[in-house]
Design a protein around this ligand. Structure first.
Ligand code: SF4
Ligand code: SF4
Length: 450
């Protein structure tokens, strides 16, 4: 900035307005004559006065503040799986729409985010959709503002039955009857165990999840794992309810599960699903409950637990699995919790397997569409996207020539099996939980072994 005394100017010649600039007739700056076009300046641009009511309504919600930090660089858009599937989505677009008058509480954008965290990975401004959307949804649920009916039904099921499917708690252990091995139910036989296996809803109730649960029980038995389950006393882990906008329900089921954990003596919790892993590891410690409050328990996803024992596991894998297999990283095991190796170590231990990565894998992995409440919003998403995320993923698995899509999240077998059918890939691609592949390579034991 020049000192005032060195800056001399004569009366300005104002250029006609349609030329869009101003020019002083004579200017001497620090002794240099910059008259004429050298001091030509464009007129200040007109600033558009946005009505920021809706943006400010959102950013005033605790947890949703970072939506206001977006500076429109657009890095997040190609990272967003919803946008890739034709959903015209991503934080940049949401920010811009809010700036130009969209009321998020009245718009489908509120419910399309799967909380996959891929945009957070690339955003230079730390706009955090995994914090923003659950906070905004919680407000929408609280105010009863346009919450999709499928979600309300799911919340109701969890409140009433302790699981999103609305199944009776008594049926939680039905799958154990045909596992072919003894499974210890801790409520009936409460002595100490090495492992408390948190089975999860889809393993307990869904017809394909049951296959994986039975496979897990057999693999644990062959390895000699001393384990027990909560059986009828288990409730859903609550992670999806929290992300879909029901933090109160999450706390309720978390408190219940923590109370059950507190009843038994065990070395660690092993979970079937990435959401249970995320909840027990990262969210339950924040829940204060009853006498103990905010308990932290050692917890491992089953792939982590088994990968640590791969030397003991490998000799048990006597059968060959001579097929081309690819693996889908679950967002809540991979990106959210940094575990990419354990599932791959298990697959590499399988004799005969030919492993192939998909283009989008590990930290850049694609999303199945089931996170953040998406598990119950397929119908809603279909109205606003060109395809389901699971369909996009299945096409990629087929493109890399895989015959088997291996998964390790209880949501995914059913999601991807549906997508295999809807993309006309029936017979070309099989979807299997990693635990099913391990079990298939071991010597059959007991009745009911597939
Ligand atoms: S990457 Fe972040 S700052 Fe850039 S447009 Fe997306 S949300 Fe905005
Ligand atoms: S968290 Fe995932 S689905 Fe949600 S906006 Fe970001 S990239 Fe898209």
């Amino acid at each position: 900035m020049p000192e005032r005394s060195t800056y001399k100017t004569t009366t300005a010649r104002r250029a006609p307005r349609d030329e869009g600039f101003v020019q002083d007739e004579q200017v001497i700056l620090e002794g240099v004559d910059i008259s004429g076009q050298w001091n030509k300046m464009y007129e200040p641009r007109e600033i558009v006065d946005y009505d920021l009511t809706h943006l400010e309504e959102l950013t005033a919600i605790p947890g949703a503040e970072s939506m206001g930090w977006c500076y429109q660089c657009a890095q997040c858009i190609p990272a967003c799986p919803v946008d890739t599937a034709g959903g015209d989505y991503g934080p940049r677009k949401i920010f811009r729409r809010l700036q130009t008058g969209m009321d998020l509480f009245d718009h489908q954008d509120m419910w399309l985010c799967t909380s996959c965290q891929n945009c957070v990975r690339v955003c230079p401004k730390e706009v955090d959709m995994v914090e923003i959307m659950p906070a905004a949804r919680a407000q929408a649920v609280l105010d009863g503002r346009n919450v999709p009916g499928e979600l309300l039904e799911m919340f109701q099921n969890v409140a009433e039955y302790g699981n999103p499917m609305g199944e009776s708690a008594r049926r939680r252990t039905r799958w154990t009857r045909k596992a072919g091995v003894d499974i210890r139910l801790l409520p009936k036989n409460p002595g100490p165990v090495d492992v408390l296996w948190f089975v999860g809803d889809y393993y307990a109730f869904h017809n394909r999840g049951v296959d994986a649960a039975q496979a897990m029980a057999r693999v644990f038995s062959r390895l000699g794992v001393d384990f027990g389950i909560l059986g009828v006393d288990e409730r859903t882990d609550g992670d999806s309810q929290r992300l879909a906008g029901e933090p109160g329900l999450f706390e309720e089921v978390a408190e219940h599960n923590l109370e059950q954990f507190g009843k038994y003596e065990f070395g660690k919790i092993v979970v079937s699903g990435p959401h249970a892993y995320n909840a027990i590891k990262n969210e339950y410690p924040r829940v204060s409950h009853g006498k103990t409050g905010g308990d932290t328990y050692p917890v491992e996803h089953y792939t982590q637990f088994l990968a640590q024992q791969v030397d003991a596991l490998a000799p048990l894998l006597s059968g060959s699995f001579a097929r081309k297999v690819t693996f889908h990283d679950p967002c809540y095991l991979g990106r959210h919790n940094g575990e990419y190796d354990a599932p791959r170590r298990l697959l590499e231990a399988v004799p005969g397997i030919e492993f192939v990565e998909m283009y989008r894998c590990k930290a850049q992995g694609y999303c199945c569409g089931g996170g953040g409440g998406g598990m119950w919003l397929d119908g809603f998403a279909a109205e606003h996207q060109m395809e389901r995320l699971s369909e996009n993923r299945v096409k990629e698995a087929v493109e890399v020539g895989a015959e088997v899509l291996a998964v390790c999240c209880p949501y995914e077998v059913s999601r991807f099996e549906d997508a295999v059918k809807s993309t006309d890939n029936d017979g070309k691609l099989e979807v299997l939980d990693i635990i099913e592949i391990l079990d298939a390579c071991m010597e059959p034991i007991g009745e009911g072994v597939a």
